[in-house]
Structure formats: C-alpha cells, structure tokens
Design a protein around this ligand. Sequence first.
Ligand code: NAP
Length: 259
Amino acid sequence: MTMFDDLKGKKILVTGSTAGIGLEAAKLLAGAGAKVAIHGSRSPEAAQSVLEQFTSDGEVAYFQADVCSSAECKDLVEAAADYLGGIDVLVNNAGGLGGRNGLESIDDDFFDKVVDLNIRSVVMVTKYAIPFLRRSAEESGETSSVISTGSIAAREGGGPGASLYGGSKAMVHNLHRNWVKEFTKDNIRFNTVAPGTIDTAFHEDKDQGTRDKISGTIAMGRFGTSEEVASAYVYLASHAMSGYVTGQVLDVNGGQMCP
Ligand code: NAP
C-alpha cells in the first residue's frame, strides 16, 4: 500500500460539506476512495445536486442536521456511523460568521448563534464521535484523526463585527490542544486547518472594493479557492502521511499571515 492508497475504504464524516471548503474536501476524500458522510442543514432534496457532484470511486450519503443543537449533533454522528460502519476520520468544518455586530450591538441571540454554530458544534460532534474514533484506532492499529476548520481570524482577531467569530475559532484551535492531552493515549490525532480568505459564500456580503482591499493584504494578491484548502484535509486525514502530526494548526492563507 502506498501513501496514496491510505484513504481507500476509510470512514469519514465531513460536517458542512454541502458547499465551499467542506464540499471540496469531501470530494477529494471520496476521490481517494473513502466512504464519506456528507452533511449540512439543508433538506435532503436541496442536497441532491450536491450528491450528483460525486462521481468517484468513493461512496457518499447525505445527512441533515443543525449543528447548533447538541441533540442533532448526537443524531448526526450516530446516523453517519451507522451508514459508514464506524468513523475513522471526523472533519468538523460546519461553521460560519453568523452575521456582523460590533461589541455594543451584541445581544444574547447573536451571542448564542455564533457560539453554538462554531463551538457547540465542534464540542458536541467530537464528543459523540470519540467512541467510534477510539474503536477505529484500536482495531486498525493506526491513528484516527479529527480535523477542525479554524481560521486566520483565530490568530488576528477577525474582520469588522466578527469578534465573536474570531474568538470562537480561537477556542476551536485551543480545544484541540487540550484534546491532544486527553486522547493521544487512544491514538486519536487532532489538527486544525486555518484558512485565510477563501472565495466562498462566506464573503458574499463584500463589494468589489472591499475584496480588492483585502486582496492587497495577501502576499499572493488574491483570495484562495476551496480546492486549494481541501488538500490539507486529505494530508491530515491520512495516517500514512501525517501519523506523527497532532495538535498543529495548518495555515492555508496565501501568505496573508505567517504566524
Ligand atoms: P460555506 O460555503 O458557507 O459553507 C458552510 C457549510 O457549513 C455548508 O455546508 C453549510 O451547509 C454548513 N452549515 C452552516 N451552518 C450550519 C448549521 N447550523 N448546521 C449544519 N450545517 C451548517 O462556507 P465556507 O467558507 O466553506 O466555510 C467552511 C468553514 O471554513 C467554516 O467553519 C468557516 O468558518 C471556515 N472559514 C472560512 C473562511 C473563508 O474565507 N471562507 C476562512 C476561515 C475559515 P448548509 O448550507 O447545507 O446549511
């Protein structure tokens, strides 16, 4: 088996994989032969056109859940594990800005929305996936892997009105540091992918002037694409490629920030 066969038959749940970065990561993983549970909050009917984009050797199925709800996180993990026959790799990618509000405009509803979407989701999905990831490592003798999507905002604070978003993503980065201490004995690895400014629906509120201004702050002079971020997940999912890598943040940002 070569490094590139390593993901064949792996059982992988990718949250937030109906669009953007998660969709491209899921496509690459399925293309490498993994069986992938696709997830989003949209209805199964609305996800049909997403599933049609998977042409490869891998098998995929769609699961709907609102990851702002702990109960739905539990149901999602159980349904995905049932379909996959276990979980070898968990990608916690669902998340988002949730809107923009300066500090003086933050109310309880906005606070809960941003924190639930970016923190409750990662904590609860990972919590319910742990028994499956532990079993995967025990049975295979290899590491299992959790990859969460962090952000450049976790390192530099976030754009206007995104303090809670940036803070939430910083918490995601730091949760992993703790879980490395708790779960390395179980052979589960935890790594974060921190995208810079990636051209997805996330930036749809920005006019061309704002986009040009942001591009001027990026060493490569342009936004990244979801495809350019997706391969980082493949690397971190593979025991053969990254079996000794845990607790790291992999920045994919065109040189926008070099921490
Ligand atoms: P996107 O295109 O808007 O995709 C977001 C994905 O998350 C979709 O699949 C969406 O599914 C899912 N999702 C959102 N809210 C959900 C909920 N409550 N329950 C279940 N699923 C939900 O955005 P993206 O830019 O690819 O973002 C992916 C991740 O990267 C996010 O964690 C984001 O914070 C992070 N990130 C993005 C950038 C960037 O510049 N784009 C930079 C740094 C980090 P449905 O549409 O089906 O609900």
